[in-house]
Design a protein around this ligand. Structure first.
Ligand code: CAA
Length: 262
């Protein structure tokens, strides 16, 4: 795409190990149009298959992460059209990415913006970020996973409160509720904090990192007994890797592990 059409800007951390994807549609407050989401999916897949990349940061601007799905694009859509095209179905592609995705949220994360943030693996935000599911004010409900992920994450009462009233919560509250795992200090860069987390992850063996993400995600979908079994199998399988041998030998020999990702 030309510069004008580049709705997602890809860049790298100084080490090259963390891919940074910046939503770039400032005039529409990063409204998540279909072309924007298609580009986001493309960039995520590129980063996932690039051997140099170990973690992915998804971020927006300083005042807006994303103000939701594109209301102007949706306004005149008909049921037959959205149903046949499985509108928003491609948003779930993010869940197929194997590398850790770190969400860095400053400012508004509304509607689909909040849902995109919920799809990241580790969410970091500023204290005054604003999370909300305002779809009810538009005569619809969240369609990017909000009702499902929020209920699992913060429980029924709080999920209902957000979904049925459209109330806004701050980044500080989002962290207290368990939506975000870290809040940066006021004035601190949320992207830098997210990249730091990505670099920490980049310092570990890739197979174990992928297995850790897979195990946590399995548990979100499976009954406990099956989730525990999935975890144990992955844990046991790691004993077939060189990295397990290396990691434990390095501990015993009091030296830093040299991971080979094998
Ligand atoms: N879709 C399309 N355009 C949007 C947009 C959206 N979600 N949010 C903002 N914009 C556009 C505005 O229309 C405006 O465009 P123009 O300059 O052409 O008029 C521009 O961005 C700036 O917006 P505002 O003038 O409204 O800026 P503000 O600072 O006064 O308000 C705001 C900011 C509170 C975020 C406000 O823009 C807002 O409420 N946006 C909509 C939020 C929303 O309802 N999101 C949910 C969408 S539905 C959804 O996401 C469904 C789903 O589950 C996937």
């Amino acid at each position: 795409p030309t510069q004008a059409e580049q709705l997602v800007l890809p860049s790298r951390s100084s080490t090259g190990k963390v891919a940074i994807l910046t939503l770039n549609r400032p005039k529409a407050l990063n409204a998540l149009s279909s072309p924007l989401f298609a580009q986001l999916n493309q960039e995520l897949e590129k980063a996932d298959s690039d051997d140099e990349v170990r973690a992915i940061v998804v971020t927006g601007g300083e005042k807006v992460f994303a103000a939701g799905a594109d209301i102007k694009e949706m306004k005149d859509k008909e049921f037959s059209e959205v149903y046949k095209a499985d509108f928003l179905g491609d948003w779930s592609n993010i869940t197929k990415i194997r590398k850790p995705i770190i969400g860095a949220v400053a400012g508004y994360a509304l509607g689909g913006g909040c849902e995109l943030a919920l799809m990241t693996d580790i969410l970091i935000c500023t204290p005054n970020a604003t999370f909300s599911q305002p779809e009810i004010t538009l005569g619809i409900i969240p369609g990017g996973g909000g009702t499902q992920r929020l209920a699992g994450l913060i429980g029924k009462a709080r999920a209902m409160d957000l979904v049925l009233t459209g109330r806004r919560i701050s980044g500080t509250e989002a962290a207290q509720w368990g939506i975000a795992s870290r809040v940066v200090e006021e004035g601190e860069s949320v992207v830098e904090a997210a990249v730091k987390v990505g670099e920490t992850i980049a310092g570990f063996g890739r197979i174990a990192v992928q297995a850790g993400k897979e195990a946590v995600n399995a548990g979100l979908e499976l009954p406990l007994e099956q989730g525990l079994k999935a975890e144990r199998r992955l844990f046991q399988q790691l004993f077939a890797t060189q990295d397990q041998k290396e990691g434990m030998a390095a501990f015993a020999e009091k030296r830093k592990a040299a991971w080979t990702d094998k």
